[in-house]
Design a protein around this ligand. Sequence first.
Ligand SMILES: *Cc1c(COP(=O)(O)O)cnc(C)c1O
Length: 507
Amino acid sequence: MDTETFLSTSYTRIRASASVPPGTSVPTLPHPSLLSAARTSFPSILPTQGQGPTSTLTHLTRDIAPALAGHNLSGRYYGFVTGSTLPIAEAADNLVSAFDNSAQVHLPGQSISTEVEDVALRMLIEFLKLGKAEEWAGRTFTTGATASNVLGLACGREGVITARLREIPGKEEDGGSVGELGLIRACAEAGVKEIQVLTSMGHSSLYKAASVVGLGRASVKDLPVSPLEPWRLDLDAVEEELQREGVASIVVVSAGEVNTGRFATRGLEDMERLRELADRYGAWIHVDGAFGIFARSLPETEEFAQLRESAAGLELADSITVDGHKLLNVPYDTGIFFTRHSSIPPAVFQNPNAVYLSSSSTSTIPSPLNIGLENSRRFRALPVYAVLLSEGREGLATMLARMTQLAQGVADALLSNLKEDYELLPETASVPHTHIVVLFRARDPGLNAVLVQKIQDSGEWYVSGTKWKGEPACRIAVASWRVNVQEDLAFVKERLTNIAKEWKESR
Ligand SMILES: *Cc1c(COP(=O)(O)O)cnc(C)c1O
């Protein structure tokens, strides 16, 4: 099959299976019997003689596929922040597998893959309104926001320690680096006894990243402005921490926070102050913008003004985490990492002395293997490139608007019609501050204890359970291109009304 036929049949097939007739409900979870059936279908040992592709395909479609979660097929899966996959992204991803190019070394005479990556990254910088692509010369694709946070802390660590090594008399030109000397020796030479990560309600992956890059989970310090707004970073406390003698700091801005969707900074002024502090005390600012950063790209209308303001100023960071497989609706596993400091990623991630892996000396695009974690890796950029090209700025902004409108509609209902039975959280929540996450609980503690399970068991929709101030809470995260604001809002309102009604009747 030629490539054109391959791609167009792939797209047509995906598009056909993607268009679910209105009113049809796609199961969000596999029925328990399908999970058991899949389990009993596994071979107990590796077959000596393979069963061949035909029989294997039958097994995959008959036993395995029905036992997978339906979050990509149902527009009403509001768990975690899973995202979904636009048909054009899935088609592009099939092409990625078909050609199996590794975007590892920039070899302009051999594959266009690294150039496509660069074009996609440049367009993303534009879409997220981060400024000029040249200002974010350190940029690459990762496996997700966790990996991007690892890159962020690794680069932050390199940035803050290298700067101090250069302050040593006689070492202004080259005082070494963490990448070269290792963390312990570099810190000893720089007179740094501790590296701390200052944040407010940092994502769990931040603690993991701190462990991976040798800072330790205990290095992460939570500095909330108040119990009422625990997601907001206390900038006075940050200023105090930055002045500690012999301590280097990385400030991580949660944008947005995963339980509430709220932002650690209130907008440009907060970010300007943070930038000024970081510059004065030699700290690094990393923004974990996995999904929240997309608030910057919402349509320029009044209904999203508060969100655009909350996400303003994030471009003042030293590095930024973006997730592709969440709101951008490309398949797993796709994350993006940006830093202004183009020399720092190679200082950490260079794959030295592998001459056979070098690209031409005149190339302007750095080889991905020197700026990220992997050597060989998937050509992850193609689905992102395809989505940006297919939808364009306006199409994507409209998709993000639909997600936000549904979340805001649910928040609005929880504050009005559903108010008697449910409580919108956190206490200070409001419709204009609602991005794609809605946190709430049932007022009746008995119902609240089983609410998430009731919703999940319905198989019609899915929400995540979480805790807010020690109590169980329910969390809706809208992240699929399939969102139909009117229909889905009516659906959620109706289901929540019925759940409360049935609960009261059963008492
Ligand atoms: C989802 C998320 C992460 C982790 O992202 P993965 O893509 O699952 O690795 C990190 N930070 C925030 C704020 C997130 O929402």
